[in-house]
Each structure stands twice: as structure tokens, then as C-alpha cells.
Design a protein around this ligand. Structure first.
Ligand SMILES: *Cc1c(COP(=O)(O)O)cnc(C)c1O
Length: 482
């Protein structure tokens, strides 16, 4: 997005790209959407793409690629071992993060698997600002547990704190003093905290955490999957970095961390992932696991074509006009919704617009999965697919009780450079309609509940056929409209 002043005084985000390849999408009538969401067990993960108008499930692996990324895919050097593609990608990453070693892995959770396998021992604790679903699952699978020390404001819906994703330094010091050092697996900073509204972490906070970890001899791990949005916020919200070169910011982050990993389905707008470190010892130990779980060291389970696209995409993700696109669209949608009274997480973060389902569906209890119900209702009302980020995305406790989430959010993600402003306005319009009719939304209950990561493929049903009432009200208000 460019910083362009309009003669009219309006504040219009201006895209710094043009669309040269498109995918036709369809908006099906609400009766067909009702059948589709029923078929999907009221879980938006189980919807089929053909039934979706705007897919705001995630930004994972669905970002628009640039012409240079597509062009690079044609020069990919296909070989099992020693591919030139690998060396090109390795060099880009070494320069970008100022780190010595790079290990390829097929996506973000594969990196988490390797890191957890190496560093998490039964009974050990991983300290972090906030967990991500797959991160926690891997730590728990290795017998460890997670302690979250995000700032208190990070878990409040409304705030004007610019860096709500920061770690609380006092909580960090307290945990370090309470837990035996050899029982702390690592400290983890997640850029752009996925589950709590895409909220960024400040450079000041990273510096402080790094200093403490170095003094205490603790390994500091950085999840850079959502780095590009976080970079935008560092540049626009921290006066120290006003107009800073994002390459310098990223290289400084590299000097603060022991291990950096990322999902290239997000960072780099391709499909893949990787781990970086400057520690020879950690590198040697993690390296052993790559051929076992991922693939040979020069591809790590990825297609060389994707690796070429990633190398270009990573460099493009250091361009301020590129990284600003998602955060600015998120801000536009959040502001539009707030002006109509719809509760959303503030300040607007990266990744997507996060609707507060607990307030939206204040008549539902957390055990009725308000965020899951809102995601299903939003699809019904609009054909827009969002994702539940609340209690459904948690795992039950060993005794079978629910782990109630800190926040009940409907996330409407923005794949990078995929949607237009008029589509954003459509989303705001239908969500506002739903808000006006929010008392129609009822709860959900499981019909089929997987034990691990249940939100991916669990099946639910509505408590009391409330979906029918939404269809009727929609027809009454919109007539024959789609
Ligand atoms: C998506 C994501 C992951 C996992 O990456 P995948 O490529 O989907 O496996 C890890 N951490 C964060 C913060 C993410 O957003």
C-alpha cells in the first residue's frame, strides 16, 4: 500500500500491485450454503472450496504470488541432493536473518516437530508469549508443557497498546526463578501472535527477552511465520524504526535469537518452511532429524519449485509496500465494523480481522463454542469462510473437561493481495447484518470429536436448528438476493 494523500480528503488504501491472473468465484444461494455447512458438520474446515465465495480461513499457502515468484519456479534445479535451488534459498535466508545455518522442512509445524523433539523433555516447560495450536501440540506430545506470559493487555479485546504481543518481562523473570533451569525447554517468541488477534511484538521487548535468555543460558526460539505483518507494525508503531529499512530490522532480530523457524506458507508466500540457527551444536543435532522426518538436507520435503518461489517471496516480504497490504486491509475492515458497533480485537493486528464472539454471542456459554457458531453463521449469511479461534481450537484436559480459551474469536484472515476493497465492504455488510440478528445464533455440540487438534476435522451439530431461522430471516431481509 502506498502512502498517497487524496484531494477529496478520503483515506483510501491504494494497492501497489495489479491483478494479472484471476480465479472465478461463485456465491451460492443461502439455501445451498445451509446444506453445505450442514454437510461440513458446522466446521468451516470441512467446507469444500466450490461452496465458498471468499475464503478467509487462513493466509496459509493461499497468498497471491508475484510474477517474479512464478518466473523463478521455471529455473528450479531438480535434484535429490545438492540442488542449486537449495543454495539460492539458503543464501537468501542467511542474508535475511544474519544467521549461519539453514535446515529445510516441509512446513511450519514440521519445524516445530524437530525443535520440540530436540529441546522438550518430559516434565519440561516451554515459556512463550502465546501458543499456536501446532506448537503446543508438539510440545505436549513430547511430554512438555507451555507457560504463556503475554502482557495482560494481550488478552483483552480492546486496547490501544501498540505491541500487545509482547512478553511480560516480570512474568518471565518470575518463571525463571521458580523453574529449575534444566526444566526450561526454551523461551519462544511468536511474531504476530496468531491466536490472540495477530498482535505484534516490539523490538524493545525482543531485545530485553534476548538479554535475559543469554544471561540465564536459555535457548531463545523465534517463530517468524507472521513476521511480515510484525515488521509493518515495528515500522509504523515504533518511532525508533520510522522509515527503517526492513532488511536491517530483520537482521537485528536474527542477532537476538538462537533459533528462528517459519512457515513459508505464510512468510515468503509459497509452501514450505525452515529453521535457522547460528549455533553449531543445535544445527548438528537438528540436522540429523531432517532426512528422517522431512527429506534430504537440500530439499526437506519441499518441491524445488516452491523453494525458488519462496526465495523470491522472502525478499519481497521486506518491501514496505508489500508487507503493509494485509495490515491496512485488516484495519479498514476493523474500523468499518467498529463504526457499526460490531466488537473486534483492537488495535487491529495482522493476519486478519478478529471478531469477539463472546461479546457478539453473549447469550452463549463458552461450552457452546460461540466462535465456532459464529464462524458457521457467517458462512451461512455470506458465503465467507472464517476460522474459529476459541475453545474449539483448544484440547480437552486429561479429565475430559474443556480448556476454555482466553478469547473466543472468529478470525477473518486476509490472504496477502488476494481480495479487493469491494469484497472487504461486502464482508463488513454481511457481518453487520448478522450482528443485528445475533440473537438467532445458537450453540454447537460435538457429534464426532477427535482427540488431537479436534478443530481440524471434528464434526458438530447446531443446538436447536437455529440455522433455519437465519435462512428465513435472510430471505425476509434480502429477498431474492444471493
Ligand atoms: C501457521 C503457523 C504455524 C504452522 O505453520 P504450518 O506451515 O501451517 O505448519 C506455526 N506458527 C504460527 C505462528 C503460524 O501462524
Amino acid at each position: 500500500m502506498a502512502n498517497v494523500k487524496f484531494f477529496s480528503g478520503e483515506n483510501i488504501p491504494l494497492e501497489m500491485h495489479k491483478v494479472r491472473m484471476v480465479q472465478r468465484v461463485f456465491l451460492k444461494p443461502i439455501e445451498e450454503r445451509a446444506a453445505a455447512i450442514e454437510e461440513a458438520g458446522y466446521n468451516t474446515f470441512l467446507l469444500r472450496n466450490k461452496d465458498i465465495f471468499l475464503d478467509m480461513l487462513t493466509d496459509s499457502g493461499v497468498n497471491a504470488m508475484s510474477e517474479n515468484q512464478y518466473a523463478a519456479m521455471l529455473q528450479a534445479d531438480d535434484s535429490y541432493a545438492g540442488s542449486e535451488t537449495f543454495y539460492r534459498l539458503e543464501k537468501v535466508l542467511q542474508d535475511m536473518f544474519n544467521m549461519e545455518h539453514f535446515l529445510p522442512a516441509h512446513q511450519g509445524r514440521a519445524c516445530e516437530h524437530i525443535i520440540a523433539r530436540l529441546l522438550v523433555k518430559p516434565g519440561s516447560t516451554a515459556i512463550m508469549n502465546y501458543h499456536f495450536t501446532t506448537t503446543k501440540a508438539h510440545i505436549v506430545m513430547m511430554g512438555g508443557k507451555v507457560e504463556e506470559i503475554i502482557t495482560d493487555e494481550g488478552l483483552q479485546i480492546s486496547s490501544d497498546l501498540p505491541f500487545k504481543g509482547d512478553l511480560d518481562i516480570n512474568k518471565l523473570k518470575k518463571l525463571i526463578s521458580e523453574i529449575d533451569k534444566d526444566k526450561i525447554a526454551f523461551v519462544r517468541i511468536e511474531a504476530g501472535t496468531n491466536l490472540v488477534g495477530g498482535q505484534p511484538v516490539s523490538m524493545q521487548n525482543m531485545r530485553e527477552v534476548s538479554k535475559i535468555c543469554r544471561a540465564e543460558g536459555l535457548t531463545l526460539v523465534y517463530d517468524a511465520s507472521l513476521l511480515s505483518d510484525n515488521l509493518h507494525f515495528i515500522r509504523t508503531r515504533d518511532p525508533e524504526f520510522k522509515d527503517a529499512d526492513l532488511r536491517d530490522v530483520t537482521r537485528e532480530i536474527g542477532t537476538l535469537m538462537d533459533v528462528i523457524y517459519f512457515s513459508a506458507r505464510k512468510l515468503g508466500a509459497a509452501r514450505g518452511g525452515g529453521i535457522l540457527t547460528s549455533s553449531n551444536e543445535l544445527f548438528m543435532k537438528m540436522r540429523e532429524m531432517i532426512p528422517l522426518y522431512e527429506g534430504f538436507l537440500t530439499y526437506g520435503g519441499m518441491s524445488v519449485r516452491e523453494m525458488e518461489a519462496m526465495a523470491i517471496g522472502l525478499q519481497e516480504s521486506l518491501d514496505p509496500d508489500v508487507v503493509s497490504q494485509t495490515p491496512i486491509f485488516v484495519e479498514v475492515l476493523c474500523k468499518e465494523l467498529l463504526s457499526r458497533g460490531v466488537p473486534v480485537v483492537t488495535p487491529p493486528g495482522g493476519l486478519g480481522c478478529h471478531v469477539d464472539a463472546r461479546q457478539f454471542c453473549s447469550h452463549l456459554s463458552q461450552e457452546e463454542y460461540p466462535a465456532g457458531a459464529l464462524a458457521a453463521a457467517m458462512y451461512l449469511a455470506s458465503g465467507v469462510r472464517g476460522m474459529e479461534r476459541g475453545t474449539l481450537s483448544e484440547q480437552r484436559n486429561p479429565d475430559g473437561s474443556e480448556t476454555l480459551a482466553h478469547m473466543e474469536l472468529l478470525r477473518l484472515a486476509f490472504p496477502k493481495r488476494v481480495f479487493t476493497l469491494s469484497q472487504v465492504k461486502y464482508v463488513a455488510d454481511r457481518l453487520t447484518w448478522l450482528y443485528e440478528n445475533r440473537e438467532l445464533i445458537g450453540g454447537l455440540t460435538f457429534e464426532e470429536e477427535p482427540r488431537v487438534l479436534r478443530f481440524f476435522f471434528g464434526r458438530l451439530r447446531t443446538i436447536g436448528n437455529w440455522q433455519e431461522k437465519i435462512v428465513q430471516k435472510f430471505r425476509a431481509d434480502f429477498g431474492e438476493s444471493l
